[in-house]
Design a protein around this ligand. Structure first.
Ligand code: ACO
Length: 401
């Protein structure tokens, strides 16, 4: 707590908490994290159990509604999401405005923000029914938007959604299928990707979720709020870490180079950090990383492939976890450390990794946004600051400066 009046002699106190390391910004019933113990629960259910037994659609329902669905409820939810997978045809033209080498996250920020210009009928945020429709639209359209960003980059025609497929199967087909050819979804790949989506679905008040809440607190429409979340997720210290982690593993290349990179990460004069390592909240193994590591092997087996970077990742993890620097600072692999290895084996280029994260996190964002708007005590988010600029002074005409 600091005295805000030190400059003008006024009285008053603020908590000063850069990076909000110990400030709770809201009440939330969605996700619980015990960072010391490495525990992550969604609506009370451990992430490991959800990843093992559930589906992304079921976890989405859980996050949005608070309880696991019955069979009928899940069928209805999946059917509803399926009805909203298509994009307005004019949005196809919107893509043409981007350069072919645009980052998919740039396209997603733009296209998701632009959805507000197409779906005026569901932007009355005071109406729970409107909020529900917007939420469904966002969850349903994200795979279509992300797949189109990929198709645009590689110069292939867009694929329409095939709503007979699962949420994740449909996304795989829209990404890797081509018109007039059958695309066969590999069940093990579909399951692995679905699990990756579950692992990314929500993570309480991280930077992008807080951004969505802050944007939403002003009454902005949900499409604009989720676009803000996508922009925040893009950064390498957040969602961009999966892309950065795989690039780093490729750069290391062979296990004999690992000590050099560990030494760099420990050197305070070198800005380099081990990407995919460390977390603001987890001071233990990120439970999502455990599932992710297991999933790498499953995907490799299903596709009958291997990748030398996985060996580099395993050895890097072992070496770091036995190094005093990482032990003392409690730096463990996070969700991003292994996800890139899996996504790359499936065939996604690194630029798409963060887009996939955004696709899955959309569920958490809309669930958190809904929770906030439904809270009768909700107020506009408005942090204060400690002013460190000049004292009051008089304007000097330009000729006298
Ligand atoms: N490699 C080397 N040192 C690290 C790393 C790392 N990956 N992460 C943290 N440290 C060190 C810092 O240098 C700092 O050392 P110091 O106390 O001597 O100054 C100490 O550990 C604490 O680090 P902070 O940056 O203060 O921790 P913070 O909680 O602010 O940051 C973050 C967490 C951003 C995730 C950080 O660990 C990091 O940059 N990791 C790499 C990027 C990454 O993997 N991000 C993904 C996060 S998960 C997600 O968003 C889905």
């Amino acid at each position: 707590v600091v005295d805000i009046g030190k400059l003008y002699g006024k009285t008053g106190m603020f908590t000063y908490d850069p990076g909000f390391t110990s400030t709770a910004s809201c009440d939330s019933g969605l996700t619980f994290i015990d960072g010391e113990e490495g525990v992550l629960l969604h609506r009370g259910y451990p992430i490991g159990q959800l990843a093992e037994n559930s589906s992304f659609m079921e976890v989405s329902y859980l996050l949005l509604n608070g309880e696991l669905p019955s069979k009928d409820e899940l069928d209805t939810f999946e059917f509803t999401i399926t009805r909203h997978t298509m994009l307005h045809d004019q949005l196809r033209q919107f893509y043409q405005g981007f350069r072919r080498d645009a980052h998919p996250m740039a396209i997603m920020c733009g296209v998701v923000g632009a959805l507000s210009a197409f779906y005026h009928d569901s932007t009355d945020i005071s109406d729970p029914e409107h909020r529900k429709i917007s939420s469904h639209r966002l969850i349903a359209k994200m795979p279509t938007i992300a797949a189109m960003a990929y198709k645009y980059a590689i110069g292939q025609p867009f694929m329409q959604p095939d709503n007979r497929l699962s949420y994740t199967g449909n996304f795989l087909r829209m990404t890797f299928g081509v018109p007039a050819e059958e695309y066969e979804v590999v069940p093990a790949v579909e399951k692995a990707l679905d699990r990756i989506f579950i692992l990314h679905a929500d993570h309480e008040q991280n930077a992008s979720t807080s951004t969505v809440r802050l944007a939403g607190s002003s009454g902005a429409n949900p499409f604009a709020c989720i676009a803000a979340g996508i922009a925040c997720l893009w950064g390498p210290a957040h969602g961009g870490a999966n892309e950065a982690a795989l690039n780093m593993l490729h750069e290391i290349g062979t296990p004999d180079k690992i000590p050099e990179y560990i030494a760099r990460a420990k050197n305070k004069d070198d800005p380099f950090r081990l990407m995919g390592f460390g977390h603001r909240v987890y001071k233990n193994y990120d439970p999502r990383a455990t599932v992710m590591q297991k999933t790498v092997r499953e995907v490799f087996d299903a596709l009958n492939v291997s990748d030398p970077v996985f060996e580099v990742a395993l050895q890097l993890e072992e070496m770091a976890l036995n190094d005093d620097y990482f032990v003392e600072k409690k730096l463990f692999p996070n969700v991003d450390f292994y996800s890139g290895v899996i996504l790359s084996a499936i065939g996604f280029p690194t630029e798409m990794f963060t887009a996939l994260f955004a696709l899955a996190r959309t569920v958490g964002w809309v669930a958190q946004w809904n929770e906030m708007i439904s809270d009768p005590g909700q107020r506009i988010g408005r942090p204060r600051q400690l002013y460190t600029g000049p004292e009051k002074r008089d304007y000097v005409p330009i000729a006298q400066r």
